[in-house]
Design a binder for this molecule. Structure first.
Ligand SMILES: Cc1cc2nc3c(=O)[nH]c(=O)nc-3n(C[C@H](O)[C@H](O)[C@H](O)COP(=O)(O)OP(=O)(O)OC[C@H]3O[C@@H](n4cnc5c(N)ncnc54)[C@H](O)[C@@H]3O)c2cc1C
Length: 159
């Protein structure tokens, strides 16, 4: 299947420390080309625009830029850094089995693959972590707060 970076998520802030990682893997220029470099990290009251907190983020201070971008653009940049044939979409990991110096990965669709090394980057509900260290409980309790992520055009966001 051809990798696709259809709309996935919304806006994303890339902090300078993360930009240093993207620099190291060779996609900094590409990411800069599709992002916006704000002067500061800014928190406003949602309905009045009142500034609650402002943290200037000059590139000269951190040695890398603070950028805002669309997640889809980040995905495109990351995909551009690896051979297309090495990305397999729609594969849900169901189990892993270490055999000598290899690991066998089995997927929900009944297929499997072998690898010398497995990196579990499967998020907060990681099945890789569950298999290796066992099921775990969240460190933080739920306090009942909600967070809303609302994509706005730059015109709509002008307050
Ligand atoms: C609303 C929101 C806004 C955020 N904004 C920012 C921001 O602006 N800047 C920032 O730096 N961070 C932001 N974060 C945090 C950031 O998204 C996470 O820290 C980051 O995505 C974690 O990366 P990850 O690779 O560990 O996991 P994830 O990004 O969750 O990736 C895990 C991947 O593994 C896949 N996966 C899961 N299980 C399986 C399986 N069994 N088989 C195959 N694949 C599987 C998932 O589909 C997913 O693609 C935000 C988070 C949220 C929820």
């Amino acid at each position: 299947m051809k990798p696709s970076s259809a709309i996935v998520g919304a806006g994303l802030q890339m902090m300078p420390n993360s930009m240093k990682v993207l620099r190291r893997i060779g996609i900094e220029d590409r990411v800069r080309g599709t992002s916006f470099q704000p002067y500061s990290h800014l928190n406003r009251v949602w309905d009045t625009g009142e500034i609650l907190r402002e943290l200037p983020m000059p590139e000269s201070l951190f040695g890398a830029p603070y950028l805002c971008m669309h997640r889809g653009d980040l995905h495109e940049a990351l995909l551009a850094g690896v051979p297309a044939a090495s990305v397999h979409l729609q594969k849900k990991l169901a189990g892993i089995d270490e055999r000598g110096s290899q690991v066998r990965l089995s997927f929900e669709d009944g297929t499997s693959a072998h690898a010398d090394l497995l990196i579990g980057a499967d998020g907060v509900h990681s099945i890789v972590r569950d298999i290796i260290v066992g099921p775990d409980e969240p460190i933080h309790k739920l306090y009942g707060y909600d967070a809303w992520n609302v994509p706005l055009t730059s015109t709509e966001a002008r307050v």
